[in-house]
Design a protein around this ligand. Structure first.
Ligand code: AMP
Length: 214
């Protein structure tokens, strides 16, 4: 299965990608996670990306496409993948089309998860994550334990540096300006579907599953 999960930051792409990844045994490819790992490891890419990410802007397309090309060449991508946070610009979508053609992959389906901006802001300012397994917490709806240790794996729970109000508002602007147009690209191909991301996680999963079964 070759799938793109599309939508603004904080709509639940990562959560849904993890569920699909476990069910179909295909990797979740999150460019955000890959970039954060590069920043942590202080690689050349990480050094170039760190400031851009802290402002909530987009890392240049050529760097992202290089990262994706390298990732697709790994053996765990042989039977499919779920893209989370990529493509984020029209140029990335076109670069992805070229890669798909070059690698003889089937047409990618694009599923958008829709959540209104005010809900996204509320989710992101309250979001906390495990630095080991990536589990999601929310200070209001799913608070972490007082010792800030993950209940699943014992990892440390932290808040992403870009999950502050100023950067969130810039990330949403960037989404509207640069990422939303990508939708039309997949609509034109007849490969675009939308689900309501305000439902509980299991219901969103069911809605995605219904699209995948078709
Ligand atoms: P995310 O974890 O998807 O919210 O991404 C966090 C940050 O990483 C974004 O705000 C961007 O700065 C950068 N980033 C992630 N994916 C991409 C991408 N496909 N293109 C450009 N920048 C990206």
């Amino acid at each position: 299965m070759y799938l793109i999960l599309f939508g603004a930051p904080g709509v639940g792409k990562g959560t849904q990608a993890k569920l699909i990844s476990a069910k179909y045994d295909i990797p979740q490819i999150s460019t955000g996670d890959m970039l954060r790992a590069a920043v942590k490891d202080q690689t050349d890419l990480g050094k170039k990306a760190v400031k851009i990410m802290s402002r909530g802007e987009l890392v240049p397309d050529d760097l992202i496409l290089d990262l994706i090309r390298e990732r697709f060449s790994q053996p765990d991508c042989d039977h499919g993948f779920i893209l989370d946070g990529f493509p984020r610009t029209l140029a990335q979508a076109e670069g992805l089309d070229e890669l798909v053609a070059e690698m003889n992959l089937p047409e990618l389906r694009c599923i958008e998860i829709q959540v209104p901006d005010e809900k996204v802001i509320e989710r992101l300012v309250n979001r906390r994550l495990c630095d080991n397994c990536g589990a999601d917490y929310n200070m209001i709806t799913n608070p972490p334990p007082a010792d800030m240790k993950c209940t699943i794996c014992g990892g440390n729970i932290y808040q992403r540096k870009d999950d502050n109000e100023e950067t969130i508002s810039n990330r949403l602007e960037v989404y509207t300006r640069q990422t939303a147009p990508v939708k039309e690209h997949y609509q034109k191909k007849g490969q675009f579907f939308s689900v309501d991301g305000q439902m509980p996680v299991e219901k969103v999963q069911e809605a995605i599953q219904a699209i995948l079964n078709n």
